[in-house]
Design a protein around this ligand. Structure first.
Ligand SMILES: Nc1ncnc2c1ncn2[C@@H]1O[C@H](COP(=O)(O)OP(=O)(O)O)[C@@H](O)[C@H]1O
Ligand SMILES: CC(=O)N[C@@H](CCC(=O)OP(=O)(O)O)C(=O)O
Length: 330
């Protein structure tokens, strides 16, 4: 198995597959993989892909391992994956064990100072460690950081909007600033950054950020090519819970119009996708993390699986009116 800093290949720690012939050969020999064989893998070489890891894939050990393999596969195919992880179910389980309240408003956890201690401990101390460990079973790839580290994410306190009313939900943050230097340095060193959705506040607080929105903010700031969100449903259902017909593709404008009708966990997820494509990410896709290798399909497939959000088509620019002198000449 090759990876950054592997002495066996004789490559520099920062070398990436494809950068040197030796590295390329080793990568090819070690990983003749599905991703690397796909024709459009070449098109995505060198591009940054932000992956939000959440839902069932996080709690099923076999899916957790497959996810880690797939992220490493992306790396071997020459992409620059960045993982932002969730951990809502694990936080709720720990709050239950500690006899603390579990409550959500508009898909966001009501976060008291006591809850925040648990959020920080579970996300950065437990969930992230497990993910970093699973990735590093394949080589010295992953480095975990909290959104608090090196000012990676700065947030301000935000309310939830419920039936048009603003509801105080405590130490929940809206990301207002992303400092990408630490993540970029890791990418340049050939590592896979794994980021937990906890942010610093300029007011000295620490904020709980929904992981979908954190992934979206990071994708925009990094100028990522894609945002892929793994969850525990097939994608966005058009008429949930009455029907489970998946919306395959929608433009930012179409999603914007749909957003007020969305509820629970799907609301921040789709809001994150919308912000991502409006912020310059070429496509945001929600895929079913219960399906093994969903991530590879999410990155490489052109149509489906799941729900793909794309930017609005460019409006053709209006014809330039003839200048008065040209009109006079006519
Ligand atoms: N329109 C919808 N389409 C699909 N799922 C929806 C929809 N509205 C609400 N949901 C709920 O959102 C959940 C996904 O959000 P969440 O539980 O926060 O996922 P994750 O843990 O992956 O972030 C689904 O399991 C489903 O119960
Ligand atoms: C403010 C807010 O709701 N934060 C989330 C952070 C974790 C998360 O988003 O995890 P999932 O992606 O697994 O849902 C929470 O406390 O659950």
């Amino acid at each position: 198995m090759s990876g950054p800093g592997t002495t066996r290949t004789g490559t520099l720690p920062h070398a990436r597959p494809g950068e040197t012939p030796a590295n390329k050969a080793t990568a090819a020999a070690d990983t003749v993989t599905a991703a690397a064989d796909l024709p459009w893998a070449e098109e995505l070489r060198g591009r940054t892909v932000v992956v939000k890891f959440g839902g069932n894939a996080m709690v099923d050990p076999a899916l957790h391992r497959t996810f880690a393999q797939d992220v490493v596969e992306l790396w071997h195919a020459g992409l620059r994956p960045v993982v932002v992880h969730g951990g809502g179910p694990q936080i709720s389980a720990m709050l239950d064990r500690l006899d603390l309240e579990v409550r959500f408003e508009a898909g966001l956890r009501v976060t008291t100072p006591e809850t925040m201690d648990v959020v920080r401990m579970v996300l950065t101390g437990q969930v992230q460690r497990e993910l970093v460990g699973a990735l590093n079973a394949h080589g010295p790839f992953a480095v975990g950081l909290s959104g608090e580290d090196a000012h990676t994410m700065t947030a301000v306190r935000r309310p939830a909007w419920v039936d048009g009313r603003s509801v105080d939900i405590g130490l929940v943050g809206e990301v207002v600033g992303v400092e990408t230097a630490a993540v970029r340095a890791l990418l340049e060193a050939g590592r896979i950054p794994v980021v937990s959705p906890v942010a610093r506040g300029e007011d000295g607080e620490v904020y709980n950020v929904n992981a979908d929105l954190a992934a979206s903010a990071l994708a925009v700031a990094l100028g990522a090519d894609r945002l892929v969100v793994l969850t525990d449903v097939e994608g966005l259902y058009a008429d949930w819970p009455r029907s489970t017909e998946v919306v395959a593709r929608l433009t930012a404008g179409e999603l914007d119009a749909l957003l007020p009708d969305l509820a629970s966990g799907m609301l921040p997820k789709m809001e994150g996708c919308l912000r991502a494509v409006r912020g310059g990410v070429r496509a945001a896709r929600v895929v079913d993390g219960r399906v093994p290798h969903a991530l590879l399909g999410g990155v490489f497939a052109t149509d489906g699986p799941g729900t793909t959000v794309v930017p609005d088509p460019e409006t053709p620019s209006a014809p330039v009116p003839a200048s008065p002198s040209e009109e006079d000449d006519a």
